[in-house]
Design a protein around this ligand. Sequence first.
Ligand code: SAH
Ligand code: F3S
Length: 481
Amino acid sequence: MEKIIDEKQQGNSLVMEPKTENKRKLFIESYGCQMNFSDSEIVASILSKEGYNTTQQLEEADLVLVNTCSIREKAEQTVRKRLEKYNAVKRTNPNMKVGVLGCMAERLKSKFLEEEKIVDLVVGPDAYKDLPNLINEVEEGRNAVNVILSKEETYGDISPVRLQTNGVSAFVSITRGCDNMCTFCVVPFTRGRERSRDPQSIIEEVNDLATKEYKEITLLGQNVDSYLWYGGGLKKDFKDATPMQKATATNFAALLKMVAEAQPKMRIRFSTSNPQDMTLDVIEVMAAHRNICNYIHLPVQSGSDKMLKKMNRLHTREEYFSLIDNIKKIIPDCGISHDIITGFPTETEEDHQDTISLMKYVKYDFGFMFAYSERPGTMAARKFEDDIPEETKKRRLSEIVALQQEHSKYRTEQFLGKTVEVLIEKASKKSDAHWSGRNTQNTVVVFPKENYKVGDFVNVKVNDCTSATLIGEAVGYSENN
Ligand code: SAH
Ligand code: F3S
């Protein structure tokens, strides 16, 4: 399941149920992280109140919105290519308006309008509630830009329109922005300062999803372990909170517990955890609740202390190992995945070997690996020369991808002969006669459909595996069903 993310494959157009009173057609596409996909559901909700239905046909759209990613240069190039495609369509549909949302909108601001003539509208991640006004501006013949980042906006009061849903799993966002300032990362600049969403509105959203028969939710944030609700406001201002606010604040462990206990049959996942912010009480809450999945995405970026420091990751290799040891002690069968970057400025062969030895220690279930891509405006771009040749970055990348492949195979083999609980999500891509779902560790499991259906919790005996997939047969409904 190890992947080098290919942004080209991440574009996805989304559809929602038509409302008869809605006349105008919105085509919305998302690139990049889960948060973008989740944000597009908020945008669809805001615009459905303005009379927009979503469509999958670009050609018939009145409004085209692309929710963009800036994380690596390639992600931005993918969006530029899409804009060329929109341009071609606009020739046959001159009234079509085009808007850019998300991180590229925030990064490039009004420069977008100069660089890409097709673009009518540029809207940053905190300004989606302003979309109706901005669209009016555009309809009156003016270009419109709102890229103001907010101290408060969490969209906590908006009930997302679930797009492209399997009706089984949904994202619930809990924090926005990031204060960590990893030196390679553009996110703190495009998504602003970190703020948390009111736990009550999170619980209400989860309860609503349960009523609609969703079976799994993923709590989303750039850095979920840093979640802190003290009545509103930025995380960085918590130090100035009143004694009362401090005493009654909700941290991530408390939120996780509240969500798990509000819906004991709902599977709970969360993403992403930054090792420096993950605490033992989170792991203990996971262990104490059957419905919280035994899986942690724990990006490490590098195994070299020198690189970690230069990346402003505020933990050492040893601290990371002790976190892994604690996870495995408290939850022995916990699945763990990673993000790693190769070729960060000044990375030597020795640093690279440190990454390899770290991977060998952890033996991750899977991971996402990337060659370093310098992003304008980041601390790394300002302070360090991007001095590792492209071939070296790529060679190191292929070495860690190959190693991860071995580890993934090792991990999937540990399931052979065992029975795992699977939530059925969809038909298998490879065979329509098989269901596909995931076990608690987030590993994909496929098995013959029989009379089971999407949304069922099923016990599956694992008979075979590849490095990415467990293959088995159902032995009955699980007790969670
Ligand atoms: N905390 C975030 C991280 C977002 S970026 C989250 O919710 O996942 C996802 C991953 O992209 C990072 O962990 C890092 O491995 C990679 N990445 C970020 N900036 C990068 C860059 N400039 N070049 C290459 N990879 C990068
Ligand atoms: Fe980026 Fe580091 Fe935050 S990777 S999103 S600055 S935790």
